[in-house]
Ligand binder design. Structure first.
Ligand code: 3PG
Length: 204
């Protein structure tokens, strides 16, 4: 599976209450965004992955903020279908490769991209996308390293997503704008579905 080609936008979600995981995932799928990255930043994140994997068959649920081999192990056991990391260490890449799951290792500089490309990894997360140089930096990477494609994440907004998606080395973009904390907390999944359907209309 090529994660970058499944959907133009990957919602990056922070789940505080596991009871919101399934309705949230259903709203994103209904809006047309089936690929969901649940960040391992909250105590219930792995439970959220487990529930979405079990109860929302049309979702492709993965774990984000994967930082250690232990995270890889836990995320895999919970039923993650892909793994995303904000950056990379050799131990982490070894563990992600060992999981057998598709994964997007994080990189933010030409050297980091080259280290990962040397290992045959040509699909990466570009993080933190906007602070690290945004569109101008991605365009600059496409010259010397055209074979590596990215999912930029970090600072991307609905108004700027299409500019990233227009780049030759961008497969999809990620972001938290689709799942505002207040909408999740108040159970306003209709708003989340609407945000998802607007994002799903963006095309590469
Ligand atoms: C991530 O974890 O990938 C980013 O924090 C998402 O960034 P955003 O909130 O700027 O979309």
């Amino acid at each position: 599976m090529t994660i970058l080609d499944l959907a133009p936008v990957v919602p990056v979600v922070v789940i505080e209450d596991v009871g919101t995981a399934v309705p949230l995932a259903r709203a994103l799928v209904a809006g047309g965004l089936p690929v969901i990255e649940v960040t391992l930043r909250t105590p219930c994140a792995l439970d959220a992955v487990r529930r979405i994997a079990a109860e929302v068959p049309d979702a492709v649920v993965g774990a984000g903020t994967v930082r250690t081999p232990a995270d890889v192990e836990a995320a895999t056991r919970a039923g993650s279908q892909f793994l995303v990391s904000p950056g990379c260490t050799p131990n982490l890449v070894n563990a992600m490769e060992g999981s057998g799951l598709p994964f997007l290792p994080g990189a933010a500089t030409a050297s980091e991209v080259m280290v990962l490309a040397e290992r045959g990894l040509n699909e990466l997360k570009f993080f933190p996308a906007v602070p690290a140089g945004g569109i101008a930096y991605l365009k600059a990477l496409a010259g010397p390293i055209p074979e590596v494609r990215f999912c930029p994440t970090g600072g991307i907004r609905p108004e700027t997503a299409h500019e990233f998606l227009a780049l030759s080395n961008v497969g999809c973009v990620g972001g938290t704008w689709l799942t505002p904390a207040d909408a999740i907390a108040s159970g306003d999944f209709g708003r989340i579905e609407k945000l998802a359907s607007e994002a799903a209309a963006l095309r590469h």
